[in-house]
Design a protein around this ligand. Sequence first.
Ligand SMILES: C[C@](O)(CO)[C@H](O)COP(=O)(O)OP(=O)(O)OC[C@H]1O[C@@H](n2ccc(N)nc2=O)[C@H](O)[C@@H]1O
Ligand SMILES: Nc1ncnc2c1ncn2[C@@H]1O[C@H](COP(=O)(O)OP(=O)(O)OP(=O)(O)O)[C@@H](O)[C@H]1O
Length: 307
Amino acid sequence: MLSVVPRAVVVRVPAKINLHLGVGDLRADGYHDLLTVFHAVSLTDVVRLAPAEELTVSVRGDGAAGVPADASNLAAQAAVVLARRAGIEPAVHIEIEKGIPVAGGMAGGSADAAAALLGLTRLWRLDVERSELMSIAAELGSDVPFSLQGGTAVGHGRGERLTPALSRGELHWVIAASREGLSTPAVYRELDRLHAERGSGPAELEPPDALLSALAAGDPERVAAAMRNDLQPAAISLRPALRRTLRAGIDAGALTGIVSGSGPTCVFICSDASHAIGVAAELSGAGVASAVRTASGPVAGARVDND
Ligand SMILES: C[C@](O)(CO)[C@H](O)COP(=O)(O)OP(=O)(O)OC[C@H]1O[C@@H](n2ccc(N)nc2=O)[C@H](O)[C@@H]1O
Ligand SMILES: Nc1ncnc2c1ncn2[C@@H]1O[C@H](COP(=O)(O)OP(=O)(O)OP(=O)(O)O)[C@@H](O)[C@H]1O
């Protein structure tokens, strides 16, 4: 049977939240040991991959001006790595439509890299095992494997080693983005500086048992009570206005709020979809965020959209 080569492949890929982000010791390789719980939510980027003479990138959507449209784009780096493994030229045009806040702590660049890996194995008809794709993903960035996998998962190591976590039902979120991003390495450095200043070391990496059991029970109030982000004090130290954003979300009635990953995006958990709509409306009026959206999770990881 003749199979038709697609003219372009379109991949939809979600943002992530860290429901728990335990940060341990700084390792010799410059990364910190993590114990995290990733959760994929329904804010998405759409990445279109089309055959081209050479590798080119274009970016549209919110915050596109802050995203490089050259070989330094993480999706382009993914194309180069995958093409090298396959022994071919990375001759592709990568069109990225951003729906995930840029430099927001929601793994936007990682999502695009994951989308490129998945879409290009399809476009170039490569026979790559899922486990090999996950290991290429890990080379590109600590968050990239989770962007491929999606759902809810515990992350170990520098965040790249994943174990799926049981999660019942849907959780409902309000997402408050900031106009100005934060640099992930700068936030980790600030955490190290705060520890040095206080003469304290990192906390023990304890398994987030209360969170995992709340997720398995599908109980948003228990999830709210168990959420934790060790990077939050560092993000707030670099961006003190985040304190006001967190306070405004809680005043608007959210169960609780937390900085997402390295920030500055703040995420607020709500009891159901209509509660989230109400909190979002009130938070929008508070003027503490450049954009306020509702989202739900868990959702699937990167997936091809034009099958
Ligand atoms: C903040 C999180 O999003 C939480 O999931 C991730 O830890 C960051 O993941 P990422 O953006 O994919 O990060 P990478 O591209 O792997 O690393 C960027 C930089 O962040 C710091 N980094 C990242 C991950 C980690 N476990 N420890 C670190 O200290 C390092 O300075 C590293 O050079
Ligand atoms: N495809 C991409 N999308 C967004 N940013 C990109 C991309 N490729 C490279 N970058 C660069 O990476 C920086 C970090 O952006 P990104 O949106 O990935 O941050 P983030 O969501 O905070 O990441 P993480 O949560 O994984 O730490 C941006 O400032 C941008 O210059």
